[in-house]
Ligand binder design. Structure first.
Ligand SMILES: NC(=O)c1ccc[n+]([C@@H]2O[C@H](COP(=O)([O-])OP(=O)(O)OC[C@H]3O[C@@H](n4cnc5c(N)ncnc54)[C@H](O)[C@@H]3O)[C@@H](O)[C@H]2O)c1
Length: 136
């Protein structure tokens, strides 16, 4: 009863979802945290650009979002490639009717280990994906 009432109130506050009308790029959303974010955003009404270096995984997430009634496209490529980023923004803007509201900079990989044992070879690609240290 309480849950039903809470759902009813939430429906009145944001009937089409908290992100209705928003266009979101989520990098590295073919699996893991990014994929979960893509599903959550789509459930909240966002139009989602599922970006990943693995095209099959990105397409799989898009199919599941569509099956659940959401809207999404897949854009495949390497976020370390500047040309791909230009293409990603262009495709996202086309998909969003000229607008991009949200970018989740998630692409990366998780290396288990203590920080003082992580070598530059391991950490640099991850840092380049999440920071602008290339220009330094
Ligand atoms: N899982 C954790 O405990 C944890 C902790 C801290 C930070 N993070 C960070 O959160 C993010 C997501 O973590 P996760 O556990 O979901 O990782 P994951 O490995 O499950 O998924 C990462 C996704 O990013 C994609 N990807 C990797 N490099 C890419 C590139 N150059 N261009 C485009 N796509 C690329 C992969 O194909 C994969 O689909 C990562 O950036 C990770 O470093 C994760």
């Amino acid at each position: 009863m309480v849950n039903e009432r809470a759902a009813q109130i939430a429906g009145h506050l944001a009937p089409n979802g908290l992100l209705a009308g928003q266009v979101a790029i989520i990098t590295g959303s073919g699996q893991g945290i990014g994929a979960e974010a893509a599903h959550l955003f789509a459930r909240e009404g966002a139009r989602v650009v599922v970006q990943d270096i693995d095209g099959a995984k990105a397409q799989g997430v898009v199919e599941r979002i569509k099956q659940a009634g959401g809207t999404a496209i897949a854009v495949t490529g390497d976020m370390l490639d500047a040309k791909h980023i230009d293409e990603l923004v262009k495709k996202a803007a086309e998909f969003g009717g000229g607008k991009i509201h949200i970018i989740v900079n998630n692409a990366g990989f998780t290396w288990d280990g203590v920080i003082h044992k992580v070598s530059d070879q391991i950490s640099q690609p991850g840092r380049r994906l999440t920071a602008k240290d290339e220009a330094a």
